[in-house]
Design a protein around this ligand. Structure first.
Ligand code: CP
Ligand code: NVA
Length: 308
């Protein structure tokens, strides 16, 4: 069995295999109704726990639907309602859950919770977002890019805005899938240097460019995310808006990218804040394909976790 904890902790060959399997799994459904079962039922007789310590629409629904399409059953749990939120250790929670379920997906705050759960779990654990990373999102994004434009290797991806958890997983992916990534944003919101160094050590060109127009020049893909993440203090909202406004993705900024550059946003979006509606709803935006591909990419991740 395999845990899916982060892009940089998974072999590059396995990541490529997951993307290719996601493409096959998606094509095999061939317009079937959403509730229809996949032909091979790889999760038949499997029970999957989906634990949420933060809100979610896409992660929650896509994992739930994905497990059911593969013939398994799900149990959606809120961290607050479990003993997890009332002092039971993560290690004991992992030991107990391993006796009941065949796989665990968790969305949490501190990365340490995910890591400890994986350390003491006898069943695969999947990272459904922590304060530091969001690997499932980036698997869906790579799938989406490649469906529209072919291999992402050697392409230029520009992240504009907050160097947050989603940005971190994009940086990890640059190292694993062989694309270049330019970050543009205010210095105080730079991505973690350790993540940048790691991707560089794997041969990725990671650049930090303060001027957004200069950063976006020649981009094949422009990505942004909310200016205030779930783990950020709401009191920081006004300050962050002031810091990030110059990095809004709008028509003017996109005009510096390659004419066929795609636009991505993991959603949920604050429309006309981090990106304008003209860009989000424009012809180069693939935001809803990304959302759909969460389902297909995660089904492939779950198969890989179970060795199926
Ligand atoms: N992109 C994403 O993870 O969305 P949710 O917060 O709705 O799960
Ligand atoms: N950066 C965002 C992503 C949400 C899917 C957050 O952590 O809130």
């Amino acid at each position: 069995m395999n845990h899916f904890l982060d892009i940089h902790k998974t072999d590059a060959a396995d990541l490529r295999g997951i993307i290719d399997s996601a493409k096959a799994v998606k094509n095999a459904r061939n317009g079937k109704p959403k509730g229809a079962l996949d032909a091979d039922l790889p999760l038949k007789d499997h029970m999957v726990a989906l634990i949420f310590e933060k809100p979610s629409t896409r992660t929650r629904v896509s994992f739930d639907v994905g497990v059911r399409q593969m013939g398994g059953q799900t149990m959606v749990l809120s961290g607050k309602e479990m003993q997890l939120g009332h002092g039971e250790t993560i290690a004991d929670t992992a030991r107990v859950l391993s006796r009941y379920v065949d796989m665990i997906m968790i969305r949490t705050f501190e990365e340490q919770v995910l890591l400890e759960l994986a350390e003491y779990s006898d069943v695969p654990v999947i990272n459904g977002l922590t304060d530091r990373t969001h690997p499932c999102q980036i698997m869906a994004d790579i799938l989406t890019y490649e469906e529209h434009r072919g291999s992402i290797a050697g392409k230029k991806v520009v992240w504009s805005g907050d160097g947050n958890n989603v940005c971190a997983s994009f940086i990890h992916a640059a190292g694993q899938f062989g694309f270049d990534l330019t970050f543009t944003g205010p210095e105080v919101l730079d991505p973690e240097q350790g993540f940048v160094d790691l991707a560089r050590s794997k041969g990725a060109k990671i650049e930090i460019v303060r001027d957004p127009a200069e950063a976006v020049a020649g981009a094949d893909l422009v990505v942004t995310d909310t200016w205030v993440s779930m783990h950020d203090a709401q009191s920081a909202r006004e300050r962050r808006h002031n810091q990030l406004r110059p990095y809004q993705v709008n028509e003017e900024l996109m005009s510096h990218a390659n004419p066929d550059a795609l636009f991505m946003h993991c959603l949920p979006a604050h429309r006309n804040e981090e990106a304008t509606n003209v860009v989000m709803d424009g012809p180069n935006s693939v935001i809803f394909d990304e959302a759909e591909n969460r389902l297909h990419a995660q089904k492939a991740v779950m198969r890989w976790c179970l060795g199926k």
